[in-house]
Design a protein around this ligand. Structure first.
Ligand SMILES: NC(=O)c1ccc[n+]([C@@H]2O[C@H](COP(=O)([O-])OP(=O)(O)OC[C@H]3O[C@@H](n4cnc5c(N)ncnc54)[C@H](OP(=O)(O)O)[C@@H]3O)[C@@H](O)[C@H]2O)c1
Length: 326
């Protein structure tokens, strides 16, 4: 597996990472056993960046990941996130809390749940409008000084917050949704280059749409985010399916799969980019890791642009959950 630098502070990881969220939330029934086998397979394939968050199962996903990587923890980098507060009703109406006290509290709890003595990459999951970003960057900076955290990351922020945070503590990675379907993040590429910040596209397979293995929204149960995702709703779904079929034909003509083409497309958008596809299936993780060797030439990139010049059809979140960048 090739490696890539994430930002200018020294973090280096495999070109393709792994997202652990689906083991507990987002994609229907959890499959912890399948996901543990998948994490092991990912490591054998050379994957060295493993992504989780406090919010994924409220600690359960961190506990799972810490256990799964226990035998090879020192060979890999673990990323986790702070900043959401659990909805007391168990729903999705979560508040935000990035006070210095809460960041420290989550860091200590994450260390215990992961069973590690440091978190390699600590992201703010979403900005907190009640806490100046300088205080957030300062607190994570203190945790770095204390050796509890390796590098600072941010998720779903715009240029203003990136600049302000980076002025206090070097930001190593921005994590935002980005894929052949979702191009909004491209407006931030110049500032990421200027400030030496790496980019980690989340949901790089368009939440699974860009694998061809999908079905209409109504066929998913309500615990699956795709049941409400605008891209799966009638009207958008058919257009997205048509585009993915065209992308699949392109991938097959080059001896690969559409998932590999989608990940290789991301790698081709910049040397500072490390996607973190999520799967609970060991065969699929091998397919996804194979994207690091799936080269796309200028002609392939042009053909992809022709199929989806501006991304897929439908927003990436319903209105209530759509992040607003500052
Ligand atoms: N910062 C944030 O706010 C944020 C938000 C969302 C996600 N994330 C992170 O990003 C990671 C990845 O995003 P994601 O999981 O939402 O979306 P994704 O990686 O785009 O897609 C995941 C979906 O694709 C399926 N899949 C993966 N590889 C496949 C393959 N080769 N063939 C067929 N199906 C495949 C998975 O199903 P199976 O598991 O059944 O294979 C799952 O349903 C997460 O795990 C999480 O760590 C961060």
């Amino acid at each position: 597996m090739k490696s890539r630098k994430l930002g200018s502070a020294g973090l280096e990881v495999s070109a393709i990472g792994y997202g652990a969220m689906g083991a507990h939330i987002g994609y229907g029934a959890s499959d912890v056993e399948g996901a543990a086998k998948t994490v092991h397979r990912a490591y054998e394939l050379g994957v060295t960046l493993f992504d989780t968050a406090e919010m994924y199962g409220w600690g359960e996903n961190e506990k799972f990941l810490g256990k799964a990587v226990h035998g090879f923890r020192d060979d890999i980098k673990i990323a986790t996130k702070f900043g959401f507060v659990q909805d007391p009703t168990g729903g999705w109406n979560m508040e935000l809390n990035s006070t210095p006290e809460n960041i420290r509290k989550v860091a200590e709890a994450s260390l215990v749940r992961l069973g590690v003595d440091h978190i390699d990459l600590f992201y703010q999951h979403r900005p907190d409008p009640n806490v100046p970003i300088e205080d957030v960057a300062g607190t994570v900076g203190d945790l770095i000084q204390e050796g509890k955290v390796g590098y600072f990351g941010m998720s779903e922020v715009g240029e203003n917050l990136l600049r302000r945070a980076n002025a206090v503590r070097q930001v190593s990675a921005l994590q935002t949704e980005y894929s052949i379907f979702e191009r909004d993040a491209e407006v931030l590429f110049p500032v990421l280059a200027e400030l030496g910040i790496g980019f980690v596209p989340y949901s790089p397979l368009g939440r699974g749409f860009l694998t061809g293995q999908t079905k209409p929204a109504a066929e998913y149960d309500q615990t699956d985010i795709r049941s409400m995702d605008p891209r799966w709703q009638p009207g958008n779904y058919e257009k997205n399916l048509d585009a993915v079929q065209k992308l699949s034909a392109l991938a097959q003509a080059k001896g690969g799969t559409v998932a590999q083409l989608a990940l290789a497309w991301l790698l081709a958008q910049g040397e500072n980019i490390v996607p973190i596809p999520g799967t609970r299936n060991a065969n699929r993780v091998a397919e996804n890791a194979g994207a690091a060797e799936f080269d796309l030439n200028a002609e392939d990139l042009a053909a992809i642009s022709e199929i989806l010049p501006k991304g897929g059809f439908g927003a990436r979140y319903i209105k209530e959950f759509m992040p607003e960048w500052d």
